[in-house]
Unconditional design. Structure first.
Length: 144
């Protein structure tokens, strides 16, 4: 299951809005969307790291490169046979330098809001340690 292919249409059907925020410039966000076939109107660029900093998401060397959660997240993806989309994206990926060098150490997260109320919040512990899409959908579609 992917955001672009599966989740975006489902959320639209149920009148929910998806907003994704990425590090880098708006030009880089556009390139990313083209690269992975993600809707450009759903991705906002945060070149100054304002949103990531406000949410106090993890950004450091140990969690980016040395956290055991990284290989376990990758192993889990391999064991569940969820590597096709990742392999396709990585086969065409070009390395780049973010606007702020320390953004290369930035981990993400997933947050669900209803208005200003936080319904769900999860900070990724390490590279590849993402929120489960099915869990997110349960929270979103259970809140009408």
């Amino acid at each position: 299951m992917t955001l672009a292919r599966d989740v975006v249409p489902l959320l639209a059907e149920n009148n929910h809005k998806l907003v994704c925020i990425g590090i880098g410039t708006s030009e880089r966000a556009q390139e990313f969307c083209e690269h992975v076939a993600f809707p450009v109107d759903k991705l906002y660029a945060d070149p100054d790291n304002i949103v990531y900093d406000k949410l106090q998401l993890i950004k450091n060397l140990p969690d980016t490169f040395f956290n055991p959660a990284t290989p376990y997240a990758i192993l889990d993806r391999v064991q569940k046979g969820k590597t096709d989309d990742l392999q396709k994206a990585l086969s065409r990926w070009k390395p780049w330098i973010p606007p702020k060098l320390d953004q290369g150490l930035q981990q993400g997260g997933a947050f669900i809001f209803q208005g200003s109320e936080l319904l769900y919040g999860r900070k990724d512990k390490a590279t590849g340690d993402h929120a489960d899409i099915n869990t997110l959908l349960e929270v979103i579609l259970g809140e009408k």
